[in-house]
Design a protein around this ligand. Structure first.
Ligand code: CTP
Length: 554
C-alpha cells in the first residue's frame, strides 16, 4: 500500500498532483469516494508517461461539475448516460471523471444497461486486465491498489489480456483499442485474447461498434506519441476505415507530422510543453476532404479539442501577420510577441509558415536569440549585488537581455555602464568577531560601519547619492522606467542561481516560460554563496543555539 502511495506521488507531474487534489476536494465535498482508475493506474505502475487522469467516483460525477469549473476546470463534454465528465484541469491536465457503474450487454451493438455500482463492480466492466485496476485516493486507504484481475501481473508479463470471453463482442471498440495498446506499448495480445481478437475480426464484430466509441477512438489518436504508427496499424487491421471510410495513411501529411514530433521534442528540451493534440489531428487528416474532416470533428466528444483544431489555421495566420508587422519590428519586440504567444501556435507556424520572414523569426527565437543571454554579465551582476534576491532583478535582467537583443548594448563595458546605477547599496558589514564583547565589540562594529559608509545619516546620504549619474542612453533609460511591461518582463531571463565567475551563463530564457523554474529565484540556500552577509552569520549562530530536537522538527 505504502509503495503505491509513494509511486503515486512521485510519478505524477506537479500539475497532475494539483489536479488530483482538486478532484479529491470536490469529491470529498460531495461525500463521494474517489479512485484513480484505468490507464492512469496502468501508466503509474509501468512507468510509461501518464497522459491523462481517469477518475471514478462512487456517485454521480456530473454533480462535481460546478465545483470543478469554479476551480478552473474546462468541461469538454458531460455524458448524461454514463455520468462522465471530460475535463481539462488547470495546467492543461486532461481528465475524465466517471461514475462507478456496472454494464450489462444484452445484444451486440446495443448500448449496455448501466447502473451505479461499487468500484469493484466497475472494474469488472472494463476492457483489459491492465486497465482494470483502481488506486484509492480516499482517507484511510489512500494508495491502496484494487486489482481483482491481477493486472499488475500482466504488466509484469507485458501482455494485453481481456477480462472475459465476450469482451470484444460486448464492445467491439475494444478490437481497435487492443491494436492501439499493442502498438503503443509493443506488448502482444495474450494467446487466448489473440484468438478472440481474430475471431472477432473474422466475424465482423466491428460492424456493431457504437458511434460514440468511434468518436472516442478518433480522439484518442490525437494523444498518441506515435500517431502515424498507430494509424498504420489501424489500416493494416482494417480499423481505419471504421473511423472514416476515406481515411488512409495516404491522407496523412507524413512530413508535417514528422516535423511536428521533432519540433515538439526540441521545444520540450527548451522547457515548452505545447498541447499538440489539435496539430496531430490536423496533419493526420491533411489530405482528407472537407466533409470527412467535419464528420471526424463531429464525432469527437471533447469539444475544446475540436475547437482548437478548427481554429489552428486562422490563429496561425493572425500570428504570422503580427510577426510581419510593426509589432515585431525589432528582435526584442518579436521576442516579446513570441514569448506571449501560445507555444502550440508557434509550433504550428514553425512547421507551416510559408513566409520566409516568419520562419526566420521563429528560428531565431529558438536558437540565435537565446545565445544572446550568454552575453548577460552574470558574474559582474553578482559583484554589483544585482542578484535574484532583488525584487527588481527579473526586470533588470530582462531589460538587459532585450537591449542586448536589439544591439543597443554593444559591449560588456556598455552593459556594465547601464547596470551600475541599478545596483543596490552594498550589504552591511559583517558583525564584530564573536570573541569581543561589550564596549570593544561596539567600537569594532562602529568602525566597520563607518568604513562601509552604511550606518548613520551621513553615510546613508552618500550611498544614495552615488548611483544618480545618468549613464544609460536615452532609450535605455526609457525602457528601464517603463512600468507597464508585457508578461515576459516579469519573468527572469537569466538563471535564478547566482553564478560565479568560473561558470558559463546558462541559456536561461528557455526557462522563462516555466513558472516552476521562476520560483527557484528565491531559493534561500543559494544566497549564502554570493554574500557572506551579517544576517546569514546571525542565522547560523541562532541555529547552533537551538536544541537539536527542535531543528529536526522543522
Ligand atoms: N474503457 C473500457 N472500454 C472502453 C473504453 C475505456 O473498458 N471501450 C476503460 C478502461 O479501463 C480504460 C479507461 O476506461 O483504461 C479509460 O479509457 P481511455 O482513457 O480511453 O483509456 P486509457 O486506458 O486511459 O488509455 P490512454 O492511455 O490511451 O488514455
Amino acid at each position: 500500500m505504502a509503495d503505491y502511495l509513494y509511486t503515486l506521488e512521485t510519478r505524477l507531474s506537479p500539475d497532475q498532483q494539483k489536479a488530483v487534489t482538486l478532484v479529491l476536494d470536490a469529491a470529498r465535498a460531495a461525500g463521494m469516494n474517489l479512485y484513480l482508475t484505468g490507464g492512469a493506474v496502468r501508466d503509474i505502475i509501468t512507468g510509461f508517461p501518464i497522459r491523462d487522469l481517469d477518475f471514478t467516483v462512487q456517485g454521480n460525477a456530473l454533480k462535481l461539475q460546478k465545483d470543478l469549473e469554479r476551480a478552473g476546470a474546462v468541461v469538454g463534454d458531460a455524458d448524461d448516460e454514463t455520468r462522465t465528465l471530460l475535463l481539462t484541469l488547470p495546467g492543461g491536465v486532461r481528465a475524465e471523471i466517471a461514475m462507478a457503474r456496472s454494464e450489462r450487454y444484452d445484444k451486440p451493438g446495443k448500448p449496455p444497461q448501466i447502473a451505479p455500482s461499487t468500484i469493484i463492480e466497475d472494474l469488472r466492466r472494463r476492457d483489459f486486465t491492465v486497465n482494470a485496476m483502481a488506486l484509492s485516493l480516499n482517507e484511510g486507504s489512500r494508495g491502496l491498489l484494487l486489482d481483482p484481475f491481477n493486472g499488475a501481473a500482466d504488466i509484469e508479463l507485458k501482455v494485453i489480456r481481456v477480462l472475459h470471453n465476450y469482451a470484444f463482442l460486448d464492445d467491439p471498440s475494444r478490437l481497435i483499442r487492443a491494436t492501439r495498446f499493442a502498438t503503443r506499448f509493443h506488448w502482444p495480445l495474450e494467446e487466448r485474447t489473440q484468438a478472440r481478437y481474430e475471431s472477432g475480426k473474422e466475424n465482423g464484430y466491428i460492424e456493431y461498434i457504437r458511434s460514440s466509441s468511434i468518436g472516442y477512438e478518433i480522439e484518442q489518436l490525437a494523444y498518441e506519441e506515435d500517431p502515424h504508427g498507430v494509424l498504420k496499424a489501424y489500416e493494416k487491421e482494417g480499423w481505419l476505415k471504421v473511423l472514416n471510410p476515406r481515411w488512409s495513411t495516404a491522407k496523412v501529411d507524413t512530413a508535417g507530422l514528422g516535423a511536428l514530433m521533432k519540433t515538439r521534442q526540441q521545444m520540450n528540451e527548451l522547457g515548452y510543453t505545447p498541447e499538440v493534440a489539435p496539430l496531430v489531428l490536423y496533419f493526420l487528416t491533411e489530405r482528407l476532404g472537407e466533409k470527412d474532416i467535419s464528420d471526424l470533428r463531429r464525432a469527437i466528444p471533447r469539444k475544446d479539442l475540436v475547437e482548437a483544431w478548427k481554429d489552428l489555421d486562422s490563429n496561425a495566420r493572425s500570428l504570422a501577420k503580427r510577426l510581419t508587422g510593426k509589432e515585431a519590428a525589432t528582435p526584442s519586440r518579436t521576442w516579446q510577441l513570441l514569448s506571449a504567444a501560445r507555444p502550440e501556435m508557434i509550433l504550428f507556424l514553425a512547421i507551416t509558415a510559408r513566409q520566409q520572414a516568419v520562419a526566420q523569426k521563429i528560428k531565431n527565437f529558438f536558437t540565435k536569440w537565446r545565445q544572446v543571454q550568454q552575453k548577460i554579465p552574470l558574474p559582474e551582476m553578482t559583484e554589483l549585488h544585482i542578484t535574484p534576491q532583488m525584487p527588481a532583478y527579473p526586470k533588470i535582467a530582462n531589460d538587459v537581455f532585450l537591449l542586448l537583443l536589439d544591439g543597443k548594448l554593444r559591449s560588456r563595458t556598455e552593459t556594465l555602464k547601464f547596470l551600475k546605477p541599478l545596483a543596490p547599496p552594498p550589504p552591511p558589514p559583517p558583525p564584530p568577531p564573536s570573541g569581543k564583547r561589550g564596549r570593544g565589540a561596539k567600537a569594532a562594529a562602529a568602525a566597520a560601519a563607518a568604513a562601509s559608509g552604511k550606518l548613520g545619516a551621513k553615510g546613508k546620504g552618500k550611498v544614495a547619492a552615488a548611483p544618480a549619474a545618468p549613464v544609460a542612453p536615452a532609450e535605455v533609460k526609457q525602457q528601464v522606467k517603463q512600468k507597464d511591461k508585457p508578461a515576459l518582463a516579469a519573468k527572469p531571463v537569466v538563471p535564478a542561481k547566482p553564478v560565479t565567475a568560473a561558470k558559463p551563463a546558462k541559456p536561461a530564457a528557455v526557462k522563462t516560460s516555466r513558472p516552476a523554474k521562476a520560483s527557484a529565484v528565491k531559493k534561500p540556500g543559494k544566497r549564502a554563496k554570493t554574500a557572506k552577509s551579517a544576517g546569514k552569520t546571525k542565522a547560523k549562530a541562532k541555529a547552533k543555539a537551538k536544541p537539536k530536537h527542535k531543528k529536526k522538527g522543522k
